[in-house]
Design a binder for this molecule. Sequence first.
Ligand code: HXC
Length: 260
Amino acid sequence: ASYKYIETSEPRPGVGQITLSRPKALNALCTPLIDELNTALRTFDASPTISAILLTGSERAFAAGADIKEMAPLTFSEAYTTSFIESWSLLTTQIKKPIIAAVSGHALGGGCELALMCDILYCTEKANFGQPEIKLGTIPGAGGSQRLTRAIGKARAMELVLTGKTFSGKEAFDWGVAARTFASWDELIEGSLATAETIAGYSKVAVMAAKEVVNKSQDLGIRDGVEFERRVFHSIFGSQDQKIGMEAFAEKKKAEWTHS
Ligand code: HXC
């Protein structure tokens, strides 16, 4: 497919990369961009050759937010009746393969929220995160008040959302938002691709189930969560790859996954 606001590639075996590419607007997330992102995500999710997805922007900006110029004239009725921003949820509700966000530069407002929706967040030390919506007379609208608060606690999240102050990639790591930080853009991309390739080297069934159960922890209480995990764990005994993985261990061989 040819896209206007994103680029897609398959840089490593099993890895699909989506690069947000609207440089003149620092990757501001206009609706047509989100539509393209959703199409690309659905395509990779359905592709038999892809097991992990990398989502990135440019060195200067992951994404500087939802498109302020698109939102400025919107009325309540338009936002409500068209379910404005709801399409952003596809990433968290329908994509079963893991998505790694590689964040460099600005990840503000909706850009920060998009990164928080991904399964693993990597960033540069100097990345610039924040929920500056308050400065525009509005509030986060794509889950920022919920996901950021769960990730860093109410004290810090409330301060950030009410002041619009930004936080660095280093702080994102120190506070548990980012799994790793990198000193440079090149190292960020290399590190992200390496992790994506590692994940893509495992059984797709197990990887998708692992993503599902970890994400469930964000919605369920501990008792229901542990029960959900055990049910999914039981179901994995119905896969070929569970047999292949465990037999390969016993025979001291490398597992040759069938992904089924
Ligand atoms: C539309 C944007 C944009 C945005 C930047 N641009 N961010 N356009 N929506 N979110 C455009 C600028 O208008 C400008 O276009 C070009 O990108 C370059 O930006 P500059 O401001 O000239 O760059 P710089 O001086 O380097 O400043 C970078 C910046 C600043 C600090 C990131 O652009 C900025 O503050 N942007 C807005 C960040 C923000 O408030 N995001 C939250 C949006 S609200 P021209 O045509 O002038 O060259 C939001 C709501 C989420 O996300 C809720 C639902 C999802």
